[in-house]
Each structure stands twice: as structure tokens, then as C-alpha cells.
Design a protein around this ligand. Structure first.
Ligand SMILES: Nc1ncnc2c1ncn2[C@@H]1O[C@H](COP(=O)(O)OP(=O)(O)OP(=O)(O)O)[C@@H](O)[C@H]1O
Ligand SMILES: [Mg+2]
Length: 177
């Protein structure tokens, strides 16, 4: 990098589990920033489906061999974590207007707490704009297929967790118009 400082972006979230929407944002971040750390918030109040260790392992598997993507965990204030990690950017994904209000509030609060760190929003491909970890879990639990929505490692682990041996058909049925 010609002696220039490398820009590290932190992409924080629960990633319970990581979805193709998250991967899309990470890919886009890599076109703008040198390094991306996926930072898993350890939230003791929430009951996650995947343990923190499992979530770290899934994301590591996905990016093994890519030295520009790291995985880490954090507790406490995100800006404190980012500062310590040497990051200057927080990346967040914006799916729809519904994400906006909360994200706007968080971004301004984080700026208030630490103005050296800038929040950058990225829009996913449209096909992922309806996708959330919560919805993936719900759909899978109800018997729906999620193969096109999550990395293979996530789909496999969902099947293991719920004792489902084979993924159901995911091809959408065409509706006659
Ligand atoms: N499909 C998606 N497209 C773009 N950004 C996304 C998508 N899913 C999550 N993100 C972004 O990833 C970051 C981390 O989000 P988080 O881990 O809470 O995922 P989530 O899918 O919203 O999970 P949950 O359903 O549990 O709230 C947030 O900035 C969120 O907006
Ligand atoms: Mg969310």
C-alpha cells in the first residue's frame, strides 16, 4: 500500500447466523476499505441460536484464505472496541426505510461518543434487501428452505440443530397470472 495507512472497517452485528445479505455487505466493503473485521456483539441478554464460538467458526470458514477479512467478538461500546482495534470506519447495511431510523440514531450517538470514527452505510443487492437472520431462522424452523439465503456452512448447521436430514425444495412455485 505504498506506506499509506490501511483503512480498517468494523462490521458489527449479531450474525446469528450470518446470511448472504451480510456477505454482500462485506464484499462491498472490501471494494472500499483495505481490511474488514466482522465484529460479533456478545449480548448476554439475548438468547442466540448459535453460540458465539459457532458464529466465529462459521464466518472464519467462509473467509479462510482471505487475509483482508477477520472475525472478532466484542462487548461494551462499539466505538471503544473500534478505536482499540484501530478502525476508523463502522460499516452498517441498510435494507429498507425500516432500518433507517434506528441506524441513524446509532450512527449519531456513536459520532457523539467518538467523532474520529465514521459510520458508512451500504445497500445490499436488491435480492437480499428483505433478508434478516431472524427471518432465516423462522423460515427454517417452519420447514422452509434457506439454501439461497445463507452460506452452505449455515444451512448445514441449521439442519444439524433441528435434526433435519435433507434440505427441502427451495425452488419458488410460479403463480399463474
Ligand atoms: N440482508 C441484509 N442486507 C444488508 N444489510 C444487512 C442484511 N442483513 C443484515 N444486515 C446488516 O448487517 C448488520 C448486522 O446486522 P445483524 O447481525 O443484526 O443482522 P440481522 O439480519 O438484522 O439480524 P436480526 O434478524 O437478528 O436482527 C446491520 O448493519 C444490518 O443492517
Ligand atoms: Mg437486525
Amino acid at each position: 500500500m505504498n506506506g499509506k495507512r490501511r483503512t480498517l472497517a468494523v462490521f458489527p452485528g449479531s450474525f446469528d447466523p450470518i446470511t448472504n445479505g451480510h456477505l454482500d455487505i462485506i464484499e462491498r466493503s472490501l471494494t472500499v476499505f483495505d481490511l474488514v473485521t466482522v465484529a460479533i456483539l456478545v449480548n448476554l441478554e439475548k438468547q442466540p441460536l448459535f453460540t458465539v464460538e459457532e458464529r466465529v467458526e462459521i464466518i472464519r470458514e467462509e473467509y479462510q484464505g482471505n487475509p483482508r477479512v477477520k472475525v472478532d467478538t466484542f462487548t461494551g461500546l462499539l466505538v471503544d472496541y473500534a478505536e482499540k482495534a484501530g478502525a476508523t470506519v463502522i460499516v452498517r447495511g441498510l435494507r429498507a426505510i425500516s432500518d433507517f431510523e434506528f441506524e441513524f440514531q446509532m450512527a449519531l450517538m456513536n459520532r457523539h461518543l467518538n467523532s474520529r470514527i465514521e459510520t458508512v452505510f451500504m445497500m445490499p443487492a436488491e435480492r437480499y434487501s428483505y433478508l434478516s437472520s431472524r427471518l432465516v431462522k423462522e423460515v427454517f424452523q417452519l420447514g422452509g428452505g434457506v439454501r439461497e439465503l445463507v452460506p452452505a456452512g449455515v444451512e448445514r448447521r441449521l439442519r444439524e440443530k433441528y435434526g433435519r436430514s435433507r434440505a427441502p425444495q427451495t425452488a419458488p412455485r410460479r403463480r399463474a397470472r
